[in-house]
Ligand binder design. Structure first.
Ligand code: CAA
Length: 256
């Protein structure tokens, strides 16, 4: 099984990539399994957040180089690799947390960037090493990395193929937080359970609003945010959240 659903508890689905023999290199089977599981949990009203783990050695060491090796232009064009499948992942409404230990290289860095939050151990390493293989990032690397860390750093990484340690990745804005290895899974669970504990429709709006920032101008983005903010006032959960504050109690979310 290339993907293991470790558990679903307290509103969180925990998914583990499981191709340790290839350092979790992404092939069609793994991407299919991942997307199917994520979409299924996205549709499950009990689930409010999805966490994606690799192993301590590698989150993902890239797209599967051995599978790509025999392909020619017509093959990759016909298959469109799995770039659209990674983009499908980025369209998921519920938050996705990537827990990165070890390597997040090429497609691995791109997969992490398609998630909403990256928690990394101090041993995590990020790179877009495609240039060393005679190709370029093909799963969103030139676009999402540039938006995350800016052109100067993205060019440095994409053109050199060098690896960036967790500390540099956090400084550059790629990684949300570095957490010591021994606390990483507990911290990811805590964060995911916190998110899953809020009103799901409101979380969805917050995620959508932040994502729109990368797609639009500032004035359009502010307009989008205003509309989403106003729309939150159509939810019972908005009234409940503010009523609970005023009554000094915990809110009881209705998910509507
Ligand atoms: N694809 C296929 N197999 C891979 C792989 C990959 N991306 N990364 C690692 N593996 C395999 C290795 O071939 C090896 O298999 P065998 O035991 O059968 O030889 C196994 O995983 C363990 O790897 P290593 O023996 O190489 O382990 P290491 O500790 O010596 O090195 C590593 C680890 C530095 C990550 C090294 O494996 C490596 O450089 N991997 C490739 C990284 C890379 O270039 N990724 C980008 C891929 S291209 C891409 O992602 C394109 C895109 O955007 C669409």
């Amino acid at each position: 099984m290339t993907l293991i659903i470790e558990k679903c508890a307290r509103g969180v689905a925990h998914l583990r990539l499981n191709r340790p023999e290839a350092l979790n290199a992404l092939n069609a089977a793994l991407i299919d399994a991942l997307l199917e599981a994520v979409q299924r949990h996205n549709s499950n009203p009990e689930i409010g957040c999805i966490v994606l783990y690799g192993t301590d050695r590698a989150f993902v060491a890239g797209a599967d180089i051995k599978a790509m090796l025999p392909k020619d232009f017509a093959d990759v064009q016909a298959e469109e690799m799995f770039v659209f499948r990674i983009n499908d992942l980025a369209k998921i409404q519920k938050p996705l947390i990537a827990v990165v230990e070890g390597y997040a290289l090429g497609g691995g860095c791109e997969l992490a960037m398609a998630c909403d939050i990256i928690l990394a151990s101090e041993k995590a390493q990020f790179a877009q090493p495609e240039i060393t293989l005679g190709t370029i990032p093909g799963l969103g690397g030139t676009q999402r990395l540039t938006r995350a860390v800016g052109k100067a750093k993205a060019m440095d990484l994409v053109l050199s193929g060098r690896r960036m340690k967790a500390e540099e990745a956090e400084r550059a804005g790629l990684v949300s937080r570095i957490v010591p290895s021994e606390e990483l899974h507990a911290e990811a669970t805590k964060l995911a359970e916190t998110i899953a504990g809020y009103s799901h429709p409101v979380v969805k709006m917050a995620k959508q609003a932040v994502n729109l920032a990368a797609e639009t101008t500032l004035s359009q983005g502010l307009q989008n945010e205003k509309q989403l903010f106003e729309a939150s006032f159509a939810l019972e959960d908005r009234r409940e959240g503010m009523t609970a504050f005023a009554e000094k109690r915990k809110p009881v979310w209705q998910q509507r």
